[in-house]
Design a binder for this molecule. Structure first.
Ligand code: ZN
Length: 342
């Protein structure tokens, strides 16, 4: 099969479009003919290499996959060959206390397709039967692949971790990102008042169309000043962070008393400071969030199939042009998902 293979970490040039063996499936697995695979910032980290994370090489990246089932293992009973599928990205042991409780993103062996194990930047990928989700027939393969990781992440952040309540004010950073564009839609559905940030007017207009009530251009305006102005000095109850060093201080300064900041990433850097006097006297909560559970993703997929949530697709690239797709994502000009068509 044709695949994008990494033999060493580095710049986009390490993404080689070449022949690779079709994966051999186990009894509880399916082989999927990939039709589309969306990029995430995770792909960039995997390609560059992460300190303290050993990714076995050679490696095939790609976490958000849609396609058709080509072959099923001997023990597979819930799906059949030829069926269209979207794959849940998370793979866990399925046996530990966390997995049995349905908290598979807390499993010590949790990974994503395309992270520690091979992913979907290829004509075929193998995955456990339990990762096969019903296909939302209202979506193209490219749109379907745009859903899983960012929507389950945004759901886990807003609903499970921050426990967003109707009528609360929420600040969503980076409206043009996959997580940002998903979070705006989920927060709007839960009746929050949304302040969204982006770096240009075109992105802000798209954020407004998705449901944002107030817009902040982070290139020309100071986020925390605007939040104070919009909320009458109160601040927001919830901040959705994934930017890291570049926005951290303003995110903290934007919180209302007893506000909750939830973070799922640090695309501009890991280093952040917190003034402990603010943390305790304002009774702030700092929450970490990592991916989401399969149950949360099932909820999301139902809302996508019914049209309440919709994937935001920026543009597609052919699989062979994966390196260009990485460069495009790194440049940060997109609004929504960048998808490889296989
Ligand atoms: Zn487990």
């Amino acid at each position: 099969m044709k695949a994008i293979v990494i033999h060493q970490h580095g710049s986009p040039e390490v993404l080689k479009f070449e022949d690779a063996p079709v994966p051999a499936i186990r009894a509880n697995e399916v082989l999927v003919r990939v039709r589309a695979c969306a990029l995430n910032h995770l792909d960039l980290w995997v390609r560059r290499g992460l300190p303290n994370v050993a990714i076995p090489l050679p490696h095939i990246p790609g976490s958000d996959i849609s396609g058709e089932i080509a072959e099923i293992g001997a023990d597979v009973t819930t799906v059949r060959a030829g069926q269209k599928v979207v794959l849940a990205p998370g793979v866990s042991c399925g046996k530990c206390a966390a997995c049995i409780a349905g908290l598979d993103n807390r499993c010590r062996k949790f990974s994503n397709l395309g992270y520690i194990i091979d992913g979907g930047d290829a004509e075929f990928v193998r995955c456990p039967e339990v990762n096969c989700l019903p296909y939302p027939e209202n979506l193209s393969f490219e749109e379907a692949a745009s859903v899983p990781l960012v929507f389950q992440t945004a759901w886990h952040m807003l609903i499970t971790r921050a426990q967003l309540q109707p009528g609360e004010d929420v600040l969503i950073l980076g409206a043009g990102s996959g997580v940002g564009s998903a979070a705006i839609q989920i927060a709007a559905m839960f009746g929050a008042r949304i302040i969204a940030t982006a770096g240009n007017e075109a992105k802000l207009e798209k954020a407004r169309q998705l449901g944002a009530h107030h817009l902040v251009n982070h290139k020309t305006q100071k986020i925390s000043d605007e939040v104070r102005r919009i909320t009458g000095k109160k601040g927001v109850e919830v901040v959705i962070e994934h930017v890291g060093t570049a926005t951290w201080d303003q995110s903290i300064a934007s919180l209302a008393p007893a506000g909750r900041l939830v973070t799922c990433g640090a695309t501009t850097g890991y280093d952040a400071k917190i003034d402990l006097r603010f943390l305790f006297s304002r009774q702030l909560s700092l929450l970490g969030s990592y991916m989401g559970t399969k149950a949360e993703l099932s909820s999301v997929m139902k809302l996508v199939a019914s049209g309440h949530l919709r994937p935001v697709l920026d543009r597609t690239f052919p699989l062979a042009e994966c390196a260009d797709a990485h460069r495009y994502l790194e440049a940060g000009e997109q609004f929504g998902k960048v998808v490889l068509v296989v």
